[in-house]
Structure formats: C-alpha cells, structure tokens
Design a protein around this ligand. Structure first.
Ligand SMILES: [Zn+2]
Length: 92
C-alpha cells in the first residue's frame, strides 16, 4: 500500500517536472534553442559555461552569442573585426 503511494507520488512529481519544462519552452521568445543544453551556454571566448539568464547576450550578424562578461563580448567583437567572415568555429 505504501509502495503504491510512493510510486504515485513519483508519478505526480514527474508530471509536475514535465509540465514545468513545457511551460518554460513555450516562453515569450520563439528562439530555436539548441537541443543539448537549454539553460547553459558556453562562452566562445573563454570557454566557460554560464546560465543563459546570467549571460551577457550579444547579437552579432543576426546570431545570438552568450558571454560571461562584457569583456568577452568585446573580445569577440574584436575578433570578428579582424577575421574576415571565414569562421571555422571551435565548438567541441
Ligand atoms: Zn568569458
């Protein structure tokens, strides 16, 4: 009997989590998120992982980029200035 209750509880919790996830997904912005990490993004400059909420967002050439700080954003802009649009990205 108790076991049944516990499994029901787990089902309920799972249901709540799934519901919360879906609620998050249908947010305000229709930005297509990468399938792997939804809440964490990698700073292309220093390679650090940051929560999207805390990241500095820079929109460059129509693409959104996330940085740990304004410093990295400026470095990224600098790089774009110096390298003529041949970008062999280093995503691992
Ligand atoms: Zn950084």
């Amino acid at each position: 009997m108790a076991r049944l209750l516990v499994s029901l509880l787990f089902l309920y919790i799972g249901y709540r989590i799934v519901k919360a996830l879906f609620a998050k997904k249908s947010g305000r912005e229709p930005v297509p998120a990468p399938p792997a990490a939804e809440d964490t993004v990698q700073d292309p400059i220093c390679g650090v992982y940051i929560a999207k909420e805390d990241a500095v967002v820079g929109t460059l050439e129509g693409t959104r980029h996330y940085f740990c700080s304004m410093d990295c954003l400026e470095k990224f802009r600098d790089r774009l200035d110096h390298t003529p649009s041949s970008n062999s990205g280093g995503t691992a």
